[in-house]
Design a protein around this ligand. Structure first.
Ligand code: PAF
Length: 274
């Protein structure tokens, strides 16, 4: 597998690629959710590049940029065994020369609710780095996990609004044996916190079932908020039922249930389709 760390190395490799190219953008600390992205890319594209870059532009000053897990050696081994052809792992200077993180790309309106209200810096940082990655790697398709459901919608809007010729493909959430959505941040959870964390997916799946059976969104949400509190989450940023595409309030299907909660200092997000 080719490990590419500079623009020169990336450009030289890109010049050798024939056929379709799939990109799997990541921030490293890879788990089976990322491997599902590589697998989907492997099935659909002739060549697969994964990128590993912990993007400072999407972290607020009080967030976990400095402590975010960095496990490059292990990540490379995992990508190699998943059949990835190359890894694009630039340093910060390579991505943001002179520390200049300015960007002309503005996230679409779908970025404003939910995560946008609680992490106002986040989607500007994501579209900044993802547009740079698309420009650098020039993939035909790019693969993103549905765990970051709103991020996926924001990136789909970005390619449409800015006429970027990349097919953005969402890959279903991978869950552990207790249904917890895999996330690089799950490694922050203590054993006791994990016991609390697994309630999140159970409550969201129960909400989906109640909605299917005709209970009102208002009732289902009120019950879920009580259950989240009872389960021991320290705070609930949101637990919402929204239109699956626009993420606006709606009673029309398809709907998506999305939630963000905190246990101690760890923030978890999850979502379920209705
Ligand atoms: O989902 C992630 O890991 C990141 O937000 C992404 C898309 C790699 C951009 O840094």
């Amino acid at each position: 597998m080719n490990i590419l760390k500079t623009h020169d190395e990336l450009n030289a490799y890109r010049g050798t690629v024939r056929g379709t190219l799939g990109l799997v953008p990541t921030m490293g600390a890879l788990h089976d959710g990322h491997m599902a992205l590589v697998k989907a890319a492997r099935e659909q594209c002739d060549t697969v590049i994964a990128s590993i870059f912990v993007n400072p532009a999407q972290f607020a000053p009080h967030e976990d940029l400095d402590t975010y897990p960095r496990t490059l050696e292990e990540d490379i081994k995992k990508l190699e065994s998943a059949g990835c052809d190359a890894v694009w792992a630039p340093g910060v200077e390579e991505m943001y020369p002179g520390d200049n993180m300015d960007s002309d790309i503005v996230p679409a309106a779908v970025s404003l609710p939910l995560e946008g209200e609680h992490r106002p810096h986040f989607f500007a940082g994501v579209v900044n780095v993802v547009s740079r990655l698309f420009d650098q790697v020039k993939p035909d398709s790019a693969f993103f996990g549905e765990k970051d459901y709103q991020q996926l919608q924001v990136i789909k809007h970005m390619v449409k609004d800015y006429d970027i010729p990349v097919d953005v493909i969402g890959v279903p959430i991978v869950r552990d044996e207790n249904g917890l959505a895999l996330s690089s941040r799950n490694r922050y959870l203590s054993a006791e916190e994990y016991e609390v964390a697994v309630h999140l997916n159970r409550i969201l799946f129960a909400m989906a079932e109640k909605l299917r059976q005709g209970e009102t969104i208002q009732d289902v949400k009120a019950e879920a908020l009580l259950e989240l509190q009872k389960a021991g989450f320290d705070s609930i940023d949101y637990c919402a039922v929204r239109d699956a595409e626009t993420l606006l309030h709606s009673i029309h299907h398809p709907l998506r249930i999305l939630a963000a909660v905190k246990i101690g200092t760890t923030r978890l997000i999850d979502n379920v389709g209705v």
